[in-house]
Design a protein around this ligand. Structure first.
Ligand code: LP5
Ligand code: MN
Length: 255
């Protein structure tokens, strides 16, 4: 577990959380919104936390030479140069991101989950896919692709061969998702409760993955906590902005 202390004496400063951007060259509008967001809203933050699935998929850090990826890296570098701390957590689509990408982007990689101090409150951050325990087929797949041995074998193949395999998995995933119920693909309440207990009842749990933005009160052992679910960036960008007075969810185009 990483403990990051971002308690800030300057009350005018904010911390921003985003996830599930699914950036890719074939969605130029979202890319433009995201690069614009890095130059405006994110610039006013003390820290920006990206809680997984920044990219539609990531085939390995040797892809940082790709023109599209270079554009994103440049956006992060400029933001970091302006003094904003950028933290990135792996999602189920970009867990192959390692130090090379992070160094090039001036980003700090954080593990899933990570507990932070958010203006005096404890906030547990996660991508959220691990909480979807009813999705047994996905959890088996996850176990396989998150193993060190599997990853080193996968990464030993040429970049294009990896991308081709990912395309096959994407197709299979889309097919399987169409026959899974919405409930199976949501977080399991018992998994949420056991994570909250393990991390000693944090004030907040912030995660993405399910693409069902919402604010859920959760009471465990008489302790009231809040589970914030971040939205995706398919239709429009959204982010959670927090300061000493609390958190609120904002849609990028709604103001
Ligand atoms: O991402 P999302 O929300 O659309 O769907 C997820 C689960 N699907 C995935 C797959 C990714 O979306 C796409 C692949 C990402 C690439 C990762 C890079 C490295 C891996 C390379 C692998 C060769 O995560 C989906 C969940 C859904 O969330 C909701 O929680 O349901 O899970 C699935 O659909 C998985 C299937 O149920 C099982 C897939 C088995 C595929 C096995 C193929 C074996 C071929 C191996 C070839 C090497
Ligand atoms: Mn995800």
């Amino acid at each position: 577990m990483v403990n990051l202390d971002i308690d800030n004496p300057n009350l005018s400063e904010v911390t921003i959380f985003i996830s599930d951007l699914h950036l890719c060259a074939s969605r130029p509008q979202i890319t433009e919104s995201f690069l614009g967001f890095l130059e405006t809203q994110a610039k006013s933050a003390h820290a920006l936390y990206i809680l997984g699935d920044l990219f539609e998929y990531w085939a390995g850090d040797d892809d940082i030479e790709d023109a599209f990826n270079k554009q994103i890296i440049q956006g992060f570098k400029s933001l970091a140069a302006s003094g904003v701390l950028i933290y990135l957590m792996h999602g189920n689509r970009d867990f192959l991101i390692t130090d090379k990408f992070c160094k090039a982007s001036s980003i700090h990689l954080i593990s899933d989950p990570t507990l932070i101090n958010l203006y005096g409150n404890t906030a547990l951050l996660s991508h959220g896919d691990e909480l979807c325990t009813d999705d047994v087929a996905y959890q088996q797949f996850r176990l396989q692709v998150r193993s060190k041995q599997w990853q080193s074998e996968f990464l030993s193949q040429p970049l294009q061969a990896r991308k081709n395999q990912i395309e096959t998995i994407r197709l299979r995933s889309e097919q399987e998702k169409s026959s899974k119920s919405a409930q199976i693909m949501d977080v399991n309440q018992d998994a949420v409760i056991s994570l909250l207990k393990e991390y000693h009842y944090p004030d907040l749990l912030i995660h993405g993955h399910t693409h069902r933005p919402n604010r859920h009160p959760v009471t465990v052992d008489g302790k009231l906590m809040t589970r914030w679910v971040l939205g995706d960036w398919y239709e429009q960008g959204s982010y959670l902005i927090c300061d000493a007075s609390g958190c609120k969810s904002v849609n990028l185009n709604s103001h």
